[in-house]
Design a protein around this ligand. Structure first.
Ligand SMILES: Cc1ncc(C[n+]2csc(CCOP(=O)(O)OP(=O)(O)O)c2C)c(N)n1
Ligand SMILES: [Mg+2]
Length: 592
């Protein structure tokens, strides 16, 4: 007789095979029994306080697998996962899932739905909870919403025999990883424990090899064309953008940057080892330099990331390398694995040493970058008493260390984070298209969970404004509940400073209520005397107090939870950001 396992066991075991060892979510009646199979499948359940937090946390969990330390060891998760309930739960999470879609993060969104019978017989007379109670709209409404923010869906209720859905599930699960996008899997309550043959788990997942084994005849001519351009260039510039992380370009980007002057946008911060002498800095404003060849790796090119595209240098020739596409001078050069093209290009360039270095402007080890590109500067510490944005961020450069994962929340942290100086192998998570306030605290929870699951090195450090913190503060409770190691700097500037600069510097709508942030951990159950999980909270308003914290092992060791509330003036922004914010404010007025 064929040995069988419950469907939920099958679904979760497949996740584990892809390195996802924790599922986030909030239980619901339609799938409660599925949760009994999380542990037996070798996974952890992380019960979040809200589905929105679960979605952001699953996104963070997947991003942790994109850290160079994870890629190098092959230990990190390839994707994140969340489980929510039909309608009310999934719609709370859809903001986060849409963000994963926009920023190419592989996440599986499981949704527990009413039974197959309910799908067939739901009517105006017998409305089911969590539906829209409108038979004209029907029960498919949420599937249709999800379709817009995922690259594939598996609706188990559409299969009469559960086994038939499994190969579709396997394909889409690996598709999520391969295309680096979220997928949606809905399971009716009566299928949760439906028996499926155990032996199907022995079938290897249809795993795409890495890089995709594109045929030489496709890769070769594309590499030749790029190689020729590099050889002919007098002023080449390599720019790394945010999609280098999900597209797994970090290794190749670093190899190329040994041969080419290199800059980045904030979303691509941390991709390049900044001790590389060719590293010029982060582009956040127009620069006075015109490369004749621009090579863009993992282009995201969002407006916020590029000072409304003004920071993208004009170049005679532009090569864009994406996940499965290479574009040369605006012409698509076919569907091809970007990673395969990159590794071949690196090999070609390394084969003829000095090719790139012959060009006068691209000598290796140049001490000066093209004018206008920010250069490394020693942190300028101020002596006056209150903490300013400029002095705070300068001090942070000394605080960060190799292997840290640094999350920059939207608001002032995102606009200044590009200028941090990083140690080797530091990952920066800077959402630059989705830009949703409230994302990064739960994302930090997900990163910390992944670091623990996979024994990844380095601290999880979040920089977040008070306004953003107030959106998803319950994530602090999730962090404490699961004893995760997270260091949080809350920038308390009494409101939405980023928005103040756009409009309403003094306006009430840009204020947020004054919370007692140092008491938050206590309210959320953070024990003061739990030797297994230390919680340290402190408020600093003066420069000397901040310096004290940065020297105190209790706050620097990365263990347990640290909440460091940093008080700053409501109107203060980094000096360097002022011109860009003024431009954005004027543009807002001009457009209205
Ligand atoms: C979900 C969502 N709502 C509103 C916004 C608009 N928004 C962008 S930045 C910002 C202010 C952020 O304030 P805070 O987190 O305190 O950072 P600060 O700029 O004050 O340092 C707001 C409201 C957004 N991006 N996302
Ligand atoms: Mg604020």
């Amino acid at each position: 007789m064929t040995k069988t396992i419950p469907l939920a066991r099958y679904l979760f075991t497949r996740l584990r095979q892809l390195g996802c060892h924790s599922i986030h979510g909030v239980p619901g009646d339609f799938f409660l029994r599925a949760l009994d199979h999380v542990r037996p499948s070798g996974l952890n359940w992380i019960g979040n306080a809200s589905e929105l937090c679960a979605g952001y946390a699953a996104d963070g969990y997947a991003r942790a697998g994109q850290h160079v330390a994870a890629r190098r060891t092959g230990k990190g998760p390839r994707l994140g996962a969340l489980f929510t309930t039909y309608g009310v739960g999934e719609l709370s999470a859809i903001n986060a899932v849409a963000g994963s879609y926009a920023e190419s993060i592989p996440v599986v969104h499981f949704v527990g739905t009413p039974s197959r019978k309910a799908w067939q017989t739901a009517s105006a007379k017998r409305p089911i909870h969590h539906t829209l109670a409108d038979s004209m709209i029907g029960m498919n409404a949420y599937c249709a919403m999800a379709e817009n923010v995922t690259c594939a869906s598996v609706y188990f209720h559409q299969y009469e025999k559960v086994e038939r859905a499994l190969s579709s599930y396997d394909t889409h699960l690996t598709g999520a990883v391969r295309f680096s996008k979220p997928v949606y899997v809905s399971i009716p309550s009566d299928y949760v424990e439906a028996p499926v043959p155990l032996e199907l788990l022995n079938k290897p997942l249809p795993w795409p090899s890495d890089p995709r084994p594109d045929r030489e005849e496709i890769v070769h001519p594309i590499v030749d064309r790029i190689h020729e351009r590099v050889r002919a260039a007098q002023r080449p510039l390599l720019i790394v953008d945010g999609l280098c992380y999900p597209f797994d370009f970090i290794k190749e980007a670093n190899e190329l940057s040994m041969m080419l002057p290199t800059a980045g946008f904030t979303a691509g911060k941390g991709v390049i080892d900044e001790s590389n002498p060719n590293w010029l800095g982060t582009l956040s404003a127009p620069i006075d330099y015109q490369p004749d060849l621009l090579i863009l790796l993992g282009p995201m090119l969002s407006d916020t990331n590029t000072a409304t595209w003004t920071a993208v240098p004009e170049a005679k020739s532009v090569v864009k390398i994406g996940l499965e596409s290479v574009e040369i001078d605006d012409e698509m050069d076919g569907f091809v694995s970007g990673k395969a093209v990159l590794s071949k290009l690196v090999a070609e360039l390394q084969r003829v040493p000095g090719v790139v270095g012959q060009a006068p402007q691209v000598a290796l080890g140049r001490p000066q970058g093209p004018s206008g590109i920010p250069q490394r500067q020693a942190p300028k510490l101020t002596t006056h008493n209150s903490i300013t944005q400029d002095s705070f961020w300068a001090a942070m450069t000394g605080f960060l260390a190799s292997n840290d994962t640094v999350l920059l929340a939207n608001g002032t942290p995102l606009i200044v984070g590009g200028d941090l100086e990083l140690g080797a192998q530091t990952q920066v998570i800077a959402s630059s298209i989705w830009c949703s306030i409230g994302q990064m605290l739960p994302a930090a929870q997900g990163v910390a969970a992944a670091k623990r699951d996979h024994k990844l090195p380095g601290r999880t450090i979040l920089f977040e404004g008070d306004g953003s913190f107030q959106v998803t503060c319950q994530a602090l409770s999730d962090i404490i509940r699961y004893k995760l190691d997270v260091t949080i700097f809350i920038v308390n500037n009494a409101g939405y400073t980023y928005e103040r600069w756009l409009n309403g510097m003094e306006a009430e709508y840009n204020d947020v209520p004054a919370w007692k942030y140092t008491e938050a951990a206590k309210f959320f159950g953070g024990g003061e005397s739990d030797p297994a999980y230390t919680v340290n909270s402190i408020k600093v308003a003066q420069w000397s107090e901040l310096q004290g914290v940065l020297k105190d092992g209790k706050f620097t060791n990365g263990k347990g939870l640290k909440v460091i509330e940093v008080v700053m003036e409501p109107s203060d922004v980094p000096q360097k950001a002022k011109a860009g914010l003024k431009r954005a404010s004027e543009a807002l007025r001009a457009s209205s």
